[in-house]
Ligand binder design. Structure first.
Ligand code: ADP
Length: 391
């Protein structure tokens, strides 16, 4: 239905237009009172406020809440009809903005940092409604609120991530540059030094390549987090493949790698390449951080736990290494978080392995559980829903 242009002097025409209008009625105050009463009496604006996607409330000229939608009541327990706005927020910038908008009719936005009941960052936008009546209960200002806390947190994570990734790349890059300069200068004719330096440069290049590979993997997996995987993957076959691939590395580290599969096909909904990466990262860690002469045990176990589709299948990777002190466990899957940065670097770690595991598990709706005891070892378990195909 086409929207008719508003007629001059109609109930929602701003005051400024009316006063300059050549056809303004002689008794402007009486007209304004009638406009206000008609507007206040109309229920339509209440429905509009209720239907808004943002938390919103309407105030009269005295700063009393005339109407508040459900979202605003969720955001502020005190935002009930008839309450003064100061019960919602006493923030001086906010109260000043309410006065300013009422006086000028110009829309204004202010940031509000709330500390109770929880710390959160809000933004409030105040707009004047077209009827400027001072009467109590007559809608005068529309205030909409947005909670920017999550957005700010994400932005902070993004900034931290870029800073960390740049730092991780800069370290080997600075080392490479130092060796190149030495080889061009002082060591240009020293064959023994050249051999040694080239070896170090090679390992720094490998480190950078590993980091870039992990960064790209993480970003690819994150992009697909919300796309449910559609393939069928047999966990027994994935675990066998990973253990065969990593067996020489385990032997080189003097770690005994063992595998016990589940009986019959162990099928889950998933993307094979990602599940291979998940198991590989866990087994690599068990070998890397395990005990010299110790063991890394992989098992696929059908559990009695019930999932969305029935039974559940767990990939369990257990080592008997030094274990992880409990205070580190909640942060272990954060990007670049390591218990010991120097040990991780020494062992060729990037600090992204478990972040990748977490994101793959998330995409596959699988649960990641970490259990570790200092002096005993660590167990990483990923629990998937099993799908049809069991014997
Ligand atoms: P990294 O590339 O450093 O191995 P991860 O994200 O894979 O990064 O792991 C994060 C940190 O968790 C590691 O630096 C290490 O401190 C700790 N960690 C992971 N797996 C084990 C394990 N099996 N035993 C002991 N510590 C572990």
């Amino acid at each position: 239905m086409p929207i008719e242009p508003s007629r001059s002097g109609g109930p929602f025409v701003p005051i400024s237009n009316r006063s300059s209008s050549a056809s303004a009625p002689v008794d402007a105050d009486a007209k304004m009172g009638a406009d206000a009463a008609a507007f206040a009496a109309s229920e339509v604006w209440r429905h509009v406020v209720d239907a808004m996607a943002d938390a919103a409330l309407v105030l009269d000229a005295n700063g009393t809440v005339v109407h508040a939608n459900a979202l605003v009541r969720e955001m502020f327990a005190m935002a009930g009809t008839g309450q003064p706005i100061s019960l919602v927020s006493r923030h001086p910038d906010f109260l000043a903005a309410l006065d300013r908008v009422q006086a000028t009719g110009e829309r204004s936005s202010v940031g509000l940092r709330e500390r109770v009941p929880v710390e959160r960052q809000l933004s409030a936008t105040i707009a004047a409604l077209p009827v400027a009546s001072p009467a109590p209960g007559v809608p005068r200002l529309l205030v909409t609120f947005r909670d920017l806390t999550e957005q700010e947190k994400l932005e902070q994570m993004r900034v931290d991530f870029i800073a960390n990734a740049s730092h991780e790349l800069r370290t080997p890059l600075a080392s490479l540059r130092g060796y190149v300069e030495t080889l061009q200068g002082a060591a240009s004719n020293d064959a023994a030094a050249r051999e040694r330096f080239l070896g170090i440069m090679w390992s720094q290049t490998i480190r950078m390549t590993r980091l870039v590979d992990d960064l790209l993997s993480l970003s690819r997996i994150e992009m697909r987090t919300h796309i449910a995987p559609s393939g069928v993957v047999d966990l027994n076959s994935v675990a066998t493949f990973v253990c065969q691939t990593l067996e020489p590395i385990a032997r080189g580290q003097n770690v005994k790698l063992t595998l016990v599969g589940a009986s019959g096909p162990a099928n889950v909904r998933g993307e094979r390449e990602e599940i291979v990466q998940l198991v590989q990262n866990l087994v690599q860690n068990a070998i890397k951080y395990g005990r010299d002469g110790g063991s890394a045990a992989v098992s696929i176990v059908r559990s009695s736990e019930r999932g969305r589709l029935g039974s559940r299948l767990s990939v369990i990777v257990r080592d008997d290494g030094p274990g992880i002190p409990s205070q580190h466990l909640p942060r272990l899957t954060e990007r670049f978080y390591r218990v010991s940065v120097s040990t991780s670097r020494e062992k060729g770690g990037t600090g992204l392995g478990l972040a990748i595991v977490k994101h793959i598990a998330l995409r596959h709706r699988a649960d990641l559980r970490i259990h570790s005891e200092v002096g005993v070892g660590s167990t990483f378990t990923v629990v998937f829903d099993e799908i049809e195909g069991r014997e």
